[in-house]
Design a protein around this ligand. Structure first.
Ligand SMILES: Cc1cc2nc3c(=O)[nH]c(=O)nc-3n(C[C@H](O)[C@H](O)[C@H](O)COP(=O)(O)OP(=O)(O)OC[C@H]3O[C@@H](n4cnc5c(N)ncnc54)[C@H](O)[C@@H]3O)c2cc1C
Length: 428
């Protein structure tokens, strides 16, 4: 007997997590990705578990969906604390892509790289198939849109400084992002900066480690983090708003550099002229790794979101779910993984003719998914970013008593909610 088929579009962290989750639930899974590698934004990311992100990771494990978090912990490079972001660790970005790729393949997912979805086919009000350029159509019972909300070239040109030549998305080679939900007719939500400009500017940039002063580099590789107060003339008070206001003003007053293995990542900078960077002691010869056009801008994010229900079904669609940054103004690795595991599991349930699961609000992931959706309906709510480790949602976690670093308490909470192992269940 043929198993019900789930088609996942986009193999960033969200799509990979969704594909694994749907496969674990027993569905046949096809994962389509436009580039020739997985993890996308994650190849220059790395910072995990700080502030409330630990809660998300541990809840996911208790729910039976900890595979991706455990894989990332297995390639941990440093424990790290930076200003206002504590108790974190960094994974080794040199090996994150092959590590995740093996995890996805090991789950039995049919992963098809260099397969860019360009359109959808609808029949009787349902999604029937996605079109993959000239390669034809891929049919499915249920679909997950995890195509992200960053770029492509036209967006980065209209609302940023042009193509920033990021190594994470490589649009000139693989073509721009295409949103499946938008193609299917779902309203497309856009986040705006305070001056009304659509999208926000990516916060991260990274430097070749060998271009740093050797003493500074040795410190960075020993401690994992180096914090350097910026000279007053390099403190840009508007920067926080250009990058979406999710970080703290205090972070804007220093250069927070983290060793992610492959490069030295500068947290929360947005864009900076290499000539300005080189005024900072230790950075006199700094060479930018990503994005190469950071002197003029950075990648533009959050220009294509779908409004989802609390089970991550795209509002108004019976057989389309969304995950990761596509599913609302949420960002961060933990955040996109937890939406991925829920959307993937629910896609498999829907494909098997079962009702999707909604996680209770007594656990942080349940509250997060519902809250992000609700914020999309509140005036101005869409224009803020939500993450377990930052600002509005981190404050909410603390206020609701859901923030703790006590791992057994987090697992107990999931048990008390009757949800232990729920996302590991076979539904097909
Ligand atoms: C440089 C950088 C550093 C970061 N650092 C951190 C960090 O340290 N810690 C942290 O928590 N967060 C960090 N973030 C944020 C985090 O990485 C992202 O929020 C997260 O990885 C986004 O995942 P996603 O899967 O939703 O989207 P994406 O990573 O954008 O993935 C979307 C995928 O969909 C594919 N796609 C798009 N359209 C199509 C189509 N039509 N057909 C097929 N495939 C398609 C894309 O190619 C891509 O692979 C960082 C982000 C960046 C850019």
């Amino acid at each position: 007997m043929n198993r019900p088929r789930v088609v996942v579009v986009g193999a960033g962290f969200a799509g990979c997590a969704a594909a694994i989750s749907a496969a674990k639930a027993g569905a046949e899974v096809i994962l389509l990705e436009r580039m020739d590698f997985v993890v996308a934004s994650g190849i220059r990311a790395g910072r995990m578990n700080y502030n409330g992100k630990l809660v998300a990771a541990e809840e996911a494990k208790a729910l039976g969906a900890g595979d991706m978090f455990e894989a990332l912990e297995s390639i941990k490079l440093h424990d790290t604390n930076i200003v206002d972001e504590v108790n974190g660790y960094v994974y080794n970005a040199i090996i994150v892509e092959p590590t995740v790729r093996r995890l996805v393949e090991g789950a039995g997912v049919d992963m098809r790289l260099v397969n860019r979805v360009t359109d959808v086919i609808r029949e009787d009000g349902r999604l029937k198939a996605v079109k993959v350029g000239r390669k034809g159509a891929v049919e499915g019972d249920v679909f997950v849109d995890s195509s992200g909300n960053a770029g492509g070239i036209d967006i980065c040109t209209r609302y940023g400084g042009g193509c920033a030549m990021c190594v994470t998305h490589r649009c000139p080679t693989f073509g721009d992002r295409v949103s499946i939900a938008t193609k299917a007719g779902a309203p497309e939500f856009v986040r705006r900066r305070p001056d009304g400009t659509p999208g926000t500017i990516d916060a991260a940039l990274s430097l070749h480690k060998t271009s740093l002063d050797p003493v500074l580099r040795a410190r960075l590789e020993r401690d994992g983090v180096v914090t350097i107060p910026l000279p007053p003339e390099l403190i840009d008070t508007e920067r926080l708003y250009r990058i979406g206001g999710i970080r703290s003003q205090r972070q804007m007053e220093s250069l927070n550099v983290v060793d992610i293995g492959i490069t030295a990542k500068c947290v929360g900078n947005g864009s900076i002229l290499p000539s300005e960077l080189r005024k900072i002691p230790g950075f006199e010869n700094a060479i930018i790794d990503n994005p190469m056009g950071v002197g003029k801008g950075n990648r533009i994010n959050w220009v294509s979101m779908a409004r989802c229900e609390a089970d991550l079904r795209v509002r108004g669609f019976a057989n389309l779910f969304a995950a990761g940054q596509k599913a609302g103004p949420l960002g961060g690795i933990a955040e996109v993984i937890v939406t991925g595991v829920l959307a993937g599991h629910n896609a498999a349930r829907a494909a098997a003719g079962k009702e999707p699961v909604t996680l209770p609000r007594s656990i942080a992931i349940g509250d997060f998914v519902a809250f992000v959706g609700e914020m999309m309906d509140v005036p101005g709510g869409l224009n803020r970013g939500y993450a377990f480790g930052h600002q509005a949602f981190f404050e909410r976690l603390k206020k609701n008593g859901l923030y703790t670093t006590d791992v057994s308490a987090i697992h107990r909470r999931v048990k008390d909610a009757g949800m232990t192992g729920v996302l590991a269940k076979k539904v097909v």
